[in-house]
Design a protein around this ligand. Sequence first.
Ligand code: HEC
Length: 365
Amino acid sequence: MQPPFSRFVSVVALTWVCSLPVPIMAQSPDDDAANTRWQLDAMIHLQRMRAFHDKDTGAQPTPATIPQRAMDADLSGIISTYQPNGDTQTSSNAFFQNLGTNGRTCFTCHQTQTAWSVSAQSVQDRFNASSGNDPIFRLVDGANCPNADVSTLQNKLQAYSLLLSKGLIRIGLPIPANTEFQVSVVNDPYNCNTNPTTGLLSPTSGIVSIYRRPLPSTNLGFLSAVMWDGREPSLLSQSVDATLGHAQANASPSAAQQQQIVNFENGLFTAQRMDDAAKNLDADGATGGPVSLQAQLSSFYIGINDPLGGNPTNAQIYPQNIQPFSGLDQPFWNGWRQSKSLGGRTWRDDFQQCTNQHYRCCGAQ
Ligand code: HEC
């Protein structure tokens, strides 16, 4: 049966009017004063949202241990997280500790079984298990808008509809100073963007609510930027802002807590380990799965094997470098390959064709 909240989903539509383009200056976020100001204004907005009180309290349910090799069923097989440094005891790690005022921890939105993010299904399960009291359901950014009515269970289903149906968290971002665009049209089904307390003050100032799925806090050694818009200069600063913002803390985590969080995150490697049809993705010569992924980190650099010629060493693309499933030549894989109806072609033929077309297709079928 369709859950009732799915009927209420609607998306805020904003129209941006751009003025003449200005050349983009390459600059590191660390020394970008405009970026720092933008982030600060986003944090000020989050702090202002304390005006909207949560009645719900309650701690984040958390397993005692994240094992060195965690395995969880997903829609197509098994997803796995590998920690080269061994098990993590959650009670003594800041990633899992309640460092704020609303019961949330980093684990509230970054969970093992959903690749260190959340899925819509997992959020719905948590809603049903807790009658909407689980700490992910907090007004500041769990609700479509912090001013939402959450006085009854039915109201909560509406208030958290984007989180429940799509796993989205509200990110309130200020329109940057000296912007090159203005907001000319607003469709505001949640009474958020047009409300001056939570939204816009004018076409060029105030807050725009953007709804984003938590990015996975795993495989971070391969990142080229932190956050969807790259606004965080480092994982350390990200841990501070997440604590002050999502968890509505009164103070930043200590330097030791920040480091512990970042060390933990940097020690996570996550990948699909087993596919229901293809079976083990790290057997018979195939090098899928998180253990193989971790082994690649030491030789990784941004731009490696760039198909568009962006490799800083000027090396040309070398398609044979990308061969996690070269073991598909094994008899075991042949059965699977035939089941995928490739006719006379081999998986390698298709892959070669893909790479020749500059990765416009990237599936193995
Ligand atoms: C209420 C949910 C929520 C909580 C709690 C939360 N996060 Fe996140 N996290 C998000 C969302 C949403 C994003 C993406 C936001 C964006 O890009 O604007 C994100 C992004 C991230 C990223 C960026 C990954 C990338 O690929 O750039 C990291 C790292 C991260 N979070 C770590 C943490 C840590 C550490 C904590 C605890 C201190 C934490 N998060 C708490 C929702 C949450």
